[in-house]
Design a protein. Structure first.
Length: 573
């Protein structure tokens, strides 16, 4: 039987064109002499590569092939998989738990033919085993990644509950009654367990592609949450009595005053991770149960500053690029906080920057450092505001100016005057859609006769979660689900969940937007002080796609789900 099975594998390798009959005969001869499986003999002899063999083996057995490069060998979080299958058992048998659904456990194995091992896993976990196949090298790396990082955080969290309050020097009393020695607090914050715990919290957040870490104190516990693709997810938190040492450790890193607990503070620090540098901005606020800390993760390597991949459609890109390459005028990005405005502006600067252009920015704060661009950080405490910086910019012979945000009349006036005197000005506003930005500027006090000739384009955008390409499922929506939604396709996709997306069904985000081009009709309406509803109607008549229409377009393209599209555009026409 064994010989017949090996021959079937050999024949399949020949059929796939990976070896020839002479190589198969040679391998069988080596196998008879040295023993072992035929596949291992072929790999050892250099006749086939390990991943080629595993792909063919998967085809032969009808088992999916998972590889590290596709991100599929990533176990689900918050399922306790590291407790279900311990590290030593996984390493000894070259297997990795990926996800659990009820009583079914998906496991990556280097040898899915090992029936005895599958039976042992079933006895160990009490689950039915759904095997997938992967190379030994990929599984070994994935085991190191999973048990070495995510499990290390879980272990550190569990250990934190074993550290008594006496160990930390903190008595079990209400926070408002605590009187701690500052020297003792600094010492505890720099002890190995606290340092390790903070490092692991930050490391896992970066690995999980989180944009923010929230550490919040409550009466009897700490809440630890990561924001991933715009949504907050609970992470197993450390013990409550470690709240002060953790907060103090983060404050020490970000050079904040650890003695000040009554006032909000802002700081920043840098971490080096796998040969890349990640910036972290830190904000603390006093709550009734103690200080809450939020760390904003700014991972430059994870942000692609390329207009082509942000989610814009060809016609929208055409309008944006025409405005961005204009010698002068105003370009506004609008939307709420976290809608990707700054990323889009940075992508525009990255595309238009050259040795022939002098580009200056004034930001609060500077989120990413751009090569070849002069970036200035707002410092209101010393009088360096948007308006004061802009006045100085005009003496710096600029071609392009980026203003982080127009917040007041003075800043808006300088932006418009700069646009009228031969500069390209890029900036942001907080409005729900593009037409409302026109009304907002006039409400600030900008005269229509100044706004109309200077305005080039207004882009309103939101970020929408992308369906995971590995597990999204096609389906035909019911009529009651569609209600008043009009789609140009009968088949759309919904989230399912897999190890690649941490069982959420979504991975990454892209933008939906509406692009209002200031054509002659729009400029006439601005001069007439027309309400934004009329401006919107005229823009739609000129071909502007609304945020709602842009979201439905992403649904039709299979990039997001109908539920996600409707939730993001709720309240937007």
């Amino acid at each position: 039987m064994a010989k017949e099975k090996y021959l079937r594998l050999g024949e399949l390798l020949i059929k796939e064109g990976l070896i020839n009959p002479a190589q198969l005969e040679k391998a069988i001869g080596l196998q008879r002499k040295e023993g072992g499986r035929l596949g291992e003999v072929l790999v050892k002899a250099g006749m086939v590569k390990e991943d080629q063999l595993v792909i063919v083996l998967g085809k032969q057995l009808g088992i999916p092939y998972f590889s590290l490069g596709t991100g599929m060998l990533k176990p689900a979080v918050d399922q306790g998989l590291e407790d279900l299958i311990p590290n030593d058992f996984a390493m000894k048998n070259l297997l990795l738990p990926l996800s659990r659904t009820l009583k079914s456990l998906t496991v990556a194995m280097a040898d899915p033919l090992d029936i005895i091992l599958i039976d042992n896993i079933k006895k160990l976990t009490g689950c039915d085993i759904n095997p997938v196949v992967a190379t030994k090298s990929d599984i070994t790396k994935a085991i190191d990644e999973f048990y070495g990082k995510s499990a290390m955080l879980d272990a550190a969290v569990k250990d934190s509950y074993d550290i008594t309050s006496a160990d930390t020097g903190i008595e079990g009393v209400e926070l408002s009654d605590q009187e701690l020695s500052l020297d003792k607090l600094i010492a505890r914050a720099e002890e190995a367990p606290v340092v390790k715990l903070v490092d692991l919290i930050i490391r896992q957040a970066i690995d999980e592609r989180a944009s923010d870490i929230h550490i919040e104190p409550f009466k009897d516990k700490i809440s630890l949450r990561y924001r991933i693709d715009g949504k907050l997810y609970e992470i197993p938190p450390p013990a409550r009595h470690l709240h002060l040492p953790i907060i103090s450790r983060i404050k020490i890193l970000s050079k904040l005053d650890i003695a000040e607990k009554r006032l909000p503070q802002d700081g920043a620090f840098i971490v080096r991770l796998d040969e890349r540098v990640v910036d972290l901005r830190v904000s603390s606020i006093p709550t009734i149960h103690g200080e809450k800390i939020v760390l904003r993760i700014l991972d430059r390597s994870a942000v692609v500053l390329d207009l082509n991949v942000l989610g814009f459609e060809p016609k929208q890109l055409e309008h944006i690029r025409r405005a961005a390459n204009s010698p002068y005028g105003l370009v506004f990005m609008t939307g709420p906080t976290g809608s990707g405005k700054t990323t889009t502006l940075y992508a525009i600067l990255s595309e238009i920057k050259s040795a022939e252009k002098n580009i200056i920015t004034i930001e609060d704060p500077v989120e990413y450092k751009l090569e070849g661009v002069n970036q200035v950080q707002v410092k209101p405490e010393i009088g360096l505001t948007f308006a004061s910086a802009l006045r100085s910019f005009l003496r710096q012979d600029p071609d392009v100016m980026l203003v982080g945000e127009v917040r007041d009349l003075e800043t808006a006036q300088i932006c418009i005057r700069s646009a009228l005197t031969g500069h390209l000005v890029l900036s942001t506003l907080h409005t729900n859609d593009a037409p409302q930005a026109v009304s907002r500027l006039m409400d600030l006090g900008i005269e229509p006769y100044l706004l109309a000739p200077s305005l080039l384009v207004i882009v309103a955008q939101r970020l929408i979660r992308k369906l995971c390409p590995e597990c999204k499922e096609a389906y035909e929506p019911a009529q009651e689900q569609l209600k008043n939604v009009k789609l140009k396709t009968d088949l759309i996709y919904k989230p399912k969940g897999c190890p690649n997306c941490s069982q959420t069904g979504y991975r990454g985000r892209l933008c939906i937007c509406e692009v209002l081009v200031a054509n002659e009709e729009i400029k006439d309406l601005i001069n007439q002080r027309a309400p934004f509803q009329k401006v919107r109607d005229a823009a739609k008549k000129s071909g502007m796609q609304t945020l709602y229409e842009s979201a439905l377009r992403k649904v039709e393209m299979g990039l997001t789900s109908l539920e996600e599209a409707l939730s993001v555009t709720l309240g937007v026409d």
